[in-house]
Design a protein around this ligand. Structure first.
Ligand SMILES: [Zn+2]
Length: 146
C-alpha cells in the first residue's frame, strides 16, 4: 500500500473496522505521517433494474453522489457519511436475491436509513427520488415526519 501523498510503501494501520464484508483501515504513513483510509470489500456482480426496465451495473459511486448531495452543508462528518454508505451498501447486499435489485428497493433502503439519521437529508433525497409532483405532496411528507 503506497502512501497517496508521498508514495512511501510503509504505512501503519491505526484503526480497523469490519462491517458486513467491508473492511476499512485507517492508515498512517510512516514517512510523512499523513493519514488516509483504505477499503477492502466484496464486489458483487449486482445489477440494478431501473424504472423503465433497463439494467445497469450497481455503482457505489453513484449511490455515494446521491447521498452526499442530500447531506450538503449538513452538520455531519465525511467519516459518518462513509459509514452510512457502508451500512446502506451492506443492506442492499443482504436484501438482494439473485443478482438483480430494483432501483425502487434501493431508494427505500436509503430513505429508511436517512430518515433516522437526518430529516433534512431525508427530505432532500426523497424529493429527488420521488419527484414530488407539487408542494402539497411535499408537505404531506413533512407531516409524516412529525
Ligand atoms: Zn507519506
Amino acid at each position: 500500500m503506497l502512501c497517496p501523498y508521498c508514495n512511501n510503501p510503509e504505512t501503519k494501520v491505526t484503526d480497523k473496522r469490519d462491517s458486513h464484508g467491508i473492511v476499512r483501515r485507517r492508515r498512517e504513513c510512516l514517512k510523512c505521517h499523513k493519514r488516509f483510509t483504505t477499503y477492502e470489500r466484496f464486489e458483487l456482480d449486482l445489477r440494478v433494474i431501473k424504472k423503465d426496465g433497463r439494467r445497469e451495473k450497481f455503482s457505489r459511486e453513484k449511490l455515494m453522489r446521491g447521498i452526499e448531495r442530500a447531506f450538503e452543508k449538513r452538520p455531519i462528518s465525511s467519516e459518518k457519511i462513509d459509514k452510512l454508505i457502508d451500512d446502506i451498501e451492506s443492506r442492499i447486499y443482504r436484501k438482494v436475491k439473485g443478482k438483480e435489485i430494483k432501483s425502487s428497493n434501493i431508494g427505500k433502503i436509503v430513505m429508511d436509513k436517512l430518515k433516522r439519521v437526518d430529516k433534512v437529508a431525508y427530505i432532500r433525497f426523497a424529493s429527488v427520488y420521488r419527484q414530488f409532483k407539487d408542494v402539497d405532496e411535499f408537505k404531506e411528507e413533512l407531516k409524516k415526519l412529525k
